[in-house]
Ligand binder design. Structure first.
Ligand code: PLP
Ligand code: TYF
Length: 394
């Protein structure tokens, strides 16, 4: 049987990490995989998470199964974090999932179960796993224009032109904030126009929110998601705690189905729990418990918010420093978009050949589409990157 298997394409982002490790050059700089690193190059365990973990170790008395949907307290805490008071609880069904990826996957599975004919519209570009999961699930996928190569902002005109083809029941996948891989985001006026269009057609938004707190702030980054949840009849939301709680390996995510018609909640919740059972029975609980403890304990929550805000500001400062340095070296504003982008990533908008040249000549690693992880930089390496960009003639 195994001889029937074919070699599959590797994940390009993860493969880059392996190439970086193997590079013997001591001055090498890793701007690849989307993991936060502090200026010392360490991905820290957040203080509040560590404190919660210690408390959990002392207080937890059993490791028995929790529930197919995960701990309801976790869902409540995350729903409050993401949606605030935009929607009341009886309008939301939710399951804990293994990471944001699990939430994305379960969301697609729910779509497939409810409407096998639904087509899924995703931004061009988007997080490569969206495309590969959809392909694996044999779901029809259509890309809509998103990034303007000239301005390095959102090509909103192109996006709306492409979304003119959506039909009732189609799914439109949107990044709630901090678009991966471009760093370019819709403004609220644009979000409103998208929502109006989707509602007019009867298409359903699915929001992937993996970086709340990494862009403009914890509340600001949720604004678009809250708006969509409050204004569309049905919404799917896939959330990740990997980045904003720094618990990548704990695999902590949440899938929400938001509905205006609360009478559909029981069946929707049952369908979500069913999907968890078919795929892995009970979702992981450790990370979810830590998140719940941090969000529901006043002191832990305040400390977590402080550390997350410091993280966000560190990345913003690096963005500004890089934009300023490039302005100084080139005498032009053409890299100003780096300071405008939000989240962990910016897309430089250069060719794969230039990305390869940065790697070969300067030991600087970024994803082939010219996505760079801002958090891979620090005050010392920003000028090195800026000089390399200029030296390569980008
Ligand atoms: N969605 C997007 C856009 C992402 O960038 C990521 C990656 O971190 C995820 C979802 C899911 O991450 P995880 O499964 O590690 O929670
Ligand atoms: O885009 C990124 O770098 C992060 C991390 O298969 C990631 O979202 C990358 C690849 C992958 C899973 C997560």
């Amino acid at each position: 049987m195994f001889d029937r298997l074919n070699e599959l394409p590797a994940d390009k982002i993860l493969a880059l990490g392996a190439a970086f490790k193997a590079d013997p050059r001591p001055e090498k700089i890793d701007l690849g995989v989307g993991v936060y690193k502090n200026p010392e190059g360490v991905t820290p365990i957040m203080r509040a998470v560590k404190a919660a973990e210690k408390r959990l170790w002392e207080e937890e008395t059993t490791k028995a199964y929790v529930a197919l949907a995960g701990d309801p307290a976790y869902a409540d805490a995350m729903i409050a974090l993401i949606l605030g008071d935009a929607v009341t609880r009886e309008h939301i069904a939710a399951i804990a999932t293994p990471g944001g990826t699990g939430a994305v996957r379960q969301g697609f599975d729910l779509v497939k179960m409810a409407n096998p004919d639904a087509r899924v519209f995703v931004s061009d570009p988007t997080w490569p796993n969206h495309l590969s999961i959809l392909k694996h699930m044999k779901m029809e996928t259509i890309q809509y224009r998103y990034f303007d190569d000239e301005t390095r902002g959102v090509d909103f005109g192109g996006m709306m032109e492409d979304l003119a083809q959506i039909r009732a029941g189609d799914i439109v996948l949107l990044h709630g904030c901090c678009h991966n891989p471009t760093g370019a985001n819709l403004n609220m006026v644009e979000w409103k126009a998208v929502v109006e269009h989707l509602n007019a057609v009867g298409a359903i938004p699915m929001i992937d929110i993996a970086y709340q707190g990494f862009g403009d702030g914890l509340e600001q980054d949720a604004e678009a998601t809250r708006f969509v949840a409050a204004n569309c009849p049905e919404v799917l939301i896939a959330a990740s705690c990997s980045k904003n709680f720094g618990i990548y390996r704990e695999r902590t995510g949440l899938l929400m189905a938001v509905m205006q018609d609360a009478s559909r909640n029981k069946i929707t919740q049952g369908s979500l729990s069913y999907l968890n059972r078919q795929n892995y029975s009970f979702p992981p609980d450790h990370g979810a418990k830590l998140v719940t403890m941090v969000l529901t304990d006043e002191a832990l929550r305040a400390d977590w918010k402080k550390e997350l805000e410091d993280t966000r500001l560190t990345m913003l400062e690096l963005r500004q420093q890089l934009a300023d340095e490039l302005q100084r070296l080139t005498g032009s504003d053409r890299f100003g978009f780096i300071a405008q982008h939000r989240g962990m990533f910016s897309r430089l908008g250069t060719t794969p050949e230039m990305v390869e040249k940065l790697r070969a000549d300067h030991a600087i690693y970024m994803v082939g589409d010219s996505r760079l992880n801002i958090a891979g930089l620090n005050q010392r390496t920003v000028p090195i990157l800026a000089k390399a960009i200029v030296d390569c003639g980008i």
